[in-house]
Design a protein around this ligand. Structure first.
Ligand SMILES: Nc1ncnc2c1ncn2[C@@H]1O[C@H](COP(=O)(O)OP(=O)(O)OP(=O)(O)O)[C@@H](O)[C@H]1O
Ligand SMILES: [Mg+2]
Length: 418
């Protein structure tokens, strides 16, 4: 799937880049073409104007006085019926080429470029009132062509064109390679998150299947003794209920995570005393703690006002308290701290429980990750608690950290900006 996307991305990139490059090349060429010929055209037009004002003789005199090195305009004179009369200077054009300069060839254009035997000429055609040349009284001049050899300009433009084509080809190759590199790089996070999502779906269905098959087994067990009373089957029914509860929790956790993934879950901020909330939750856990002989120490500052989503902070504290209770040992302690530190609210929940090994610690926030699957499952855990806790903390722009020493203690700290 990603291979095809990559190819498509590279192709799209190359096509877009080639269009941009070609357009740029064409514009550059046309602009240079205009610039180069604008010079010669101005020169030709100014001569044409001179001819129309002063007649051809003055222009030719001026022409002859020009230095040898200067590029000279050649004048081709034609009569009414487009017969060649003469060229100035004489013999400037080979007689075999004369037909190619015939004014009838480009009737409508006043100025044009003509390539004749590999030489490029810029030609301006003007019609004048008929006049006779001193030396030939037979033919009257009707059309004058001003011819300027533009070989240097043509060579310049040709070189430019070659350069542009080369630039385009090199640019395309670079854009293809760069596109390939960029597509590879930009697809990596997408691929990773896709794999994560696929893994999540697979894990979720697996986790859902387990309680379902347990429920099925117990229900089938009930059918074996239809004559038994509910009281006699109470153990089996209790186990089914446990699994249903577990599934209920799992589904609601999954729903929460799915909503966070699609950014549907919003934080509803309100002012509330966070210390009191923490105390209430601790209070709720006290009966279970007593049963397990776990003591809870509170170090909670009262009158701490926090602006955040009360429901979510409640959920966060329950997840953490639940963990420190579940993964604690007989006679252990839990210490709950909630205080203000500078511009932050610090919530720390420490327990003297089983701890987390260094290998497990980096994965602890991963969905469905449990260091001891059998223990967590027997405690009703699904491995989603800390993923949700992380999301809640980050949604409040906070930070969650876990330190732990295996078989000794675990300390979860949450830093929430005020
Ligand atoms: N205080 C703790 N002490 C020791 N291990 C912990 C503690 N908190 C979490 N863990 C380990 O991290 C794992 C992930 O915790 P998490 O809360 O995400 O899932 P869970 O408790 O297994 O299930 P859930 O919270 O969804 O019911 C746990 O399975 C446990 O192995
Ligand atoms: Mg948990």
């Amino acid at each position: 799937m990603f291979h095809r996307t990559k190819i498509r991305l590279v192709a799209l990139n190359t096509v877009v880049f080639s269009i941009v490059l070609c357009t740029f090349g064409i514009i550059l060429y046309l602009y240079m073409n205009h610039l180069v010929y604008a010079n010669t055209d101005t020169k030709l037009y100014s001569i044409a104007k001179g001819i129309q004002q002063e007649g051809i003789d003055g222009i030719i005199r001026e022409h002859d006085s020009k230095r040898e090195a200067e590029r000279k305009v050649v004048y081709l004179l034609w009569d009414e019926s487009e017969n060649f009369i003469k060229s100035i200077p004489e013999n400037a054009v080979f007689s075999v080429d004369i037909a190619d300069f015939s004014p009838s060839r480009f009737q409508d254009k006043k100025i044009w470029t003509q390539t004749i035997h590999k030489h490029v000429y810029r030609i301006l055609k003007i019609h004048t009132d008929p006049f006779y040349l001193k030396e030939s009284n037979t033919k009257s001049v009707r059309t004058i062509e001003l011819v300027l050899n533009t070989d240097p300009e043509a060579a310049l433009l040709q070189n430019l064109l070659k350069l542009i084509i080369l630039g385009c080809v090199v640019g395309l190759n670079i854009s293809f390679l760069a596109g390939l590199f960029l597509a590879k790089r930009s697809l990596v996070p997408i691929q990773q998150s896709w794999e994560k999502q696929t893994q999540f779906a697979a894990d979720a269905s697996h986790e859902l299947r387990t309680p379902l098959s347990v429920i099925q087994t117990y229900l089938e067990l009930l059918f074996r003794h239809p004559q038994y009373t509910i009281e006699q089957e109470s153990v089996t029914i209790y186990k089914v209920l446990q699994e249903v509860k577990r599934m209920n929790k799992l589904v609601s956790d999954l729903l929460t995570l799915a909503k966070t993934d699609s950014n549907q879950l919003l934080i509803q901020r309100q002012q509330f005393p966070i210390g009191e909330l923490a105390s209430t939750i601790v209070h709720q856990f006290e009966p279970i703690a007593e049963l397990r002989n776990i003591s809870i120490i509170q170090d909670i500052e009262s009158n701490l006002i926090y602006v955040g989503d009360k429901e979510r902070i409640h959920q966060l504290l329950v997840i953490l308290m639940d963990n420190s209770m579940k993964y604690n040992v007989e006679g252990g302690t839990i210490r709950v701290t909630c205080k203000k530190e500078g511009n932050f609210i610090m919530i720390i929940i420490e327990d003297t429980g089983i701890g987390i090994s260094n290998e497990d610690l980096p994965h602890i926030f991963d969905r469905f990750y449990r260091s001891d699957k059998s223990r967590s499952r027997s405690e009703g855990g699904t491995g989603l608690g800390l993923s949700i806790a992380k999301w809640i903390t980050e949604a409040h722009n906070g930070e969650i950290k876990i330190w732990s020493e295996l078989h000794k203690k675990t300390r979860v700290s949450i830093k929430l900006p005020l």
